[in-house]
Design a binder for this molecule. Structure first.
Ligand SMILES: [Mg+2]
Length: 180
């Protein structure tokens, strides 16, 4: 079976939505995803908010209640019939996230074995055929095919196969002959 590696944040888990709501509650602000085209949250907020805003994702409960990206469960479940699915998340960037991420995956993606979770730093070590990710930096040294999952921050990036949502992922893989 060919292997699909799937990122977590902004691909199966809506971390940005949670980050925005916590930021907006903290500073009584109204930042939305529409403000973030081509930019990260840290780029649009006052400089003095930056440190506390970065800390939001380092709180232990941040990753516990993230919304699942629409369609991710159905499409990954269908793809898991034809492909081996691994969840590959650069969790080393937020060490306190490990337990919450592990539990979140088990709750929302029970058909993916925990043996297929990869909590990593650099993703170029991942030997998969495909990597679905919102950060193109992970594609630079990746030997398989990178598939860019649309997110506000990457909307102006060109040069990669882009999928705008999980229905688009389903369409893309429906067009690829399956290697068994
Ligand atoms: Mg991501």
């Amino acid at each position: 079976m060919a292997i699909i590696a799937v990122d977590m944040d902004e691909v199966v888990a809506d971390a940005l939505d949670e980050h925005l709501s916590r930021y907006n509650a903290l500073y009584n602000a109204g930042v939305t995803k529409d403000h973030l085209t081509g930019r990260h949250l840290r780029d649009v907020i006052p400089y003095e908010h930056r440190q506390e805003t970065e800390q939001i994702v380092h709180s232990e409960d941040f990753f516990a209640d993230l919304k699942v990206m629409s369609g991710a469960q159905e499409v990954l479940k269908a793809l898991s019939q034809e492909y081996e699915i691994f969840i590959t998340t650069a969790a080393m960037e937020v060490p306190k996230s490990f337990t919450a991420k592990y539990e979140w995956l088990g709750k929302h993606f029970p058909f993916i074995s925990p043996m297929n979770y990869v909590f990593c730093g650099s993703k170029h070590i991942i030997a998969a055929d495909y990597l679905i990710d919102d950060n193109v930096r992970h594609f630079k040294l990746f030997k398989g095919k990178g598939i860019l999952f649309d997110a506000p921050h990457n909307r102006q990036v060109t040069g990669y196969t882009r999928v705008k949502d999980w229905q688009d992922v389903a369409r893309l893989f429906a067009s690829i002959p399956v290697c068994r």
